[in-house]
Design a protein around this ligand. Structure first.
Ligand SMILES: N[C@@H](CCC(=O)N[C@@H](CS)C(=O)NCC(=O)O)C(=O)O
Length: 204
């Protein structure tokens, strides 16, 4: 059976979301990254980076990097998450790289320093500079979504999951999305899917 390693309060949630959307049978192994589980010898043979998530497919294929796992699952398992045209497939990869390189680190700083870290370890200046830097890429996707319902093509795909799973940190950290109404509307729509909630909370 497919195995997905990583607590759901981590980037493993992304892989759980795809697995749920595809209706896959899988085993969730809630490996924690805060109590040393990811540094154990057996785990490091799966992912030498010592991070979650990791996917072990039923044929033994091992994939790490959350967005790569999602693309792999969408490509392999029929469920409509992998776009059909080569152009849309290329764009799905493009937006997945984009969200990781242009958005993720900055938004993680906002999440950590506005919400996740203990108050005495937070740096409000870093939040302000990160939010400033995010204005340009936020405007890029806001414009892209002005005349479309989904990130790629005309239907929900792995591109929506990969981009929304990073942008969901903006919701948790209460980033003001009013200046980006298309982004905000799309994000609310995608994160209102029952399988998003199930992957994030474990509750139906
Ligand atoms: N780029 C990687 C990042 C993975 C990552 O940093 N995961 C965190 C949890 S969300 C982790 O395992 N951290 C453990 C550590 O840094 O030691 C991905 O998207 O899969």
């Amino acid at each position: 059976m497919i195995k997905i390693y990583g607590v759901r309060q981590s980037r493993a949630m992304r892989a759980l979301w795809v697995a749920e959307e595809l209706g896959l049978q899988y085993e969730h192994i809630p490996t924690s990254f805060s109590d040393g589980d990811t540094q154990k010898k057996d785990y490091l043979t799966l992912n030498p980076n010592g991070r979650v998530p990791v996917l072990v497919d039923e044929d033994g294929t091992v994939i790490w990097e959350s967005q790569a796992i999602n693309i792999y699952l969408a490509m392999k398992y029929d469920g409509g998450l992998w776009p059909t045209s080569l152009a849309d497939q290329g764009n799905a990869v493009q937006w997945s790289f984009w969200v990781m390189t242009e958005i993720e680190t900055l938004l993680l700083d906002v999440l950590l320093h506005r919400r996740a870290l203990p108050e005495d370890q937070r740096d409000p200046e870093l939040v302000l500079t990160s939010l400033e830097e995010l204005k340009a890429p936020f405007s890029v996707i806001n414009k892209h979504l002005e005349d479309r319902e989904f990130v790629v093509g005309n239907s929900f795909s792995v591109a929506d999951i990969n981009v929304a799973s990073v942008f969901s940190w903006a919701l948790v950290s209460k980033v003001d999305l009013d200046p980006y109404p298309s982004l905000e509307g799309w994000l609310k729509n995608i994160t209102s899917r029952p399988k998003f909630k199930l992957a994030a909370t474990g509750k139906r």
